[in-house]
Design a protein around this ligand. Structure first.
Ligand code: C2E
Ligand code: CA
Ligand code: CA
Length: 232
């Protein structure tokens, strides 16, 4: 598990996203792009996800009585998890086992995952939120049905990916889209995280647009836990 800091408007680190890294015995690193899809297609992704969720909850329990007690950790979920395991039971058992407050754990679900079995995922999500977990819509805007997803799913946070805006050549167009999505999220009572923030000017522009939280190489790449603890 690597951690990438989540930063608020004042520059304070308020949490981290847990991202999987596969270290080979010779020390070389395999990135998620080279194994997540295979795990999804072979029906094994829930094994990795449950492993990372447990590491994250364990980490939160270690931080409980330290200066890091207020930090949250965001974990990723695959659409497949909803078929393979009882997501609600697994997560509530984990937080109980380690005595961690569920509000410390942010659950990142992509809009595509939410569309696979909308009724089932909607039900699980509302139960998870009822239990105090924070639910984030990951990669918002990357798919094709973002608006209908927003209509149906109640989540706490909208996570916008800068990368999909990078493909737009016209900067003014990008800006208008971002501004509108941020306002829309605000009106729906959701917090906004922008990920993929790489430059100071992006940060400044996004702050002015009302974005409250940021993630990206501008602050830090995902790093090993020990390094995270040394830095933040
Ligand atoms: P994601 O959830 O959207 O995670 C963000 C990805 O963007 C990470 O890639 C991160 O390293 C990268 N990133 C962060 N800041 C920047 C930036 O400023 N610029 C650019 N260009 N990239 C940035 P990573 O770690 O390679 O993960 C890729 C994807 O693999 C993740 O995308 C997520 O969908 C998936 N993934 C990673 N770990 C897990 C896991 O434990 N379970 C599941 N189901 N999926 C995972
Ligand atoms: Ca994510
Ligand atoms: Ca994302």
């Amino acid at each position: 598990m690597y951690l990438q800091p989540l930063v608020d408007r004042t520059g304070t680190v308020v949490g981290a996203e847990a991202l999987a890294r596969w270290q080979r015995p010779d020390g070389t690193m395999v990135m998620p792009a080279d194994f997540i899809e295979t795990l999804e297609n072979s029906g094994l992704i829930h094994r990795l996800d449950m492993y990372i969720w447990e590491l994250a909850v364990k980490q939160l329990s270690e931080w409980k009585d330290t200066e890091r007690s207020r930090l949250t950790i965001s974990v990723n979920m695959s659409a497949r998890d909803f078929y393979s395991i009882e997501v609600y039971d697994v997560l509530t058992k984990l937080t109980e086992k380690y005595g961690v407050d569920s509000s410390r754990l942010r659950l990142e679900i992509t809009e595509t995952a939410l569309l696979v079995e909308p009724e089932k995922s909607n039900d699980v999500i509302s139960r998870l939120r009822g239990k105090g977990f924070l639910v984030e819509v990951d990669d918002f805007g990357k798919g094709y049905s973002s608006l209908s997803m927003l209509k149906n799913i109640q989540a706490d946070v909208l996570k916008i990916d800068m990368n999909f805006l990078r493909e737009i050549k016209d900067r003014e167009r990008s800006r208008i889209i971002l501004q509108s999505v941020i306002s829309l999220a605000e009106s729906l009572g959701m917090d906004v995280i922008t990920e993929g923030v790489e430059t100071e000017s992006q940060l400044k522009e996004l702050s002015e647009m009302g974005c409250s939280h940021f993630q990206g190489y501008y602050f830090s790449k995902p790093i090993p836990v020990e390094e995270f603890e040394m830095k933040y």
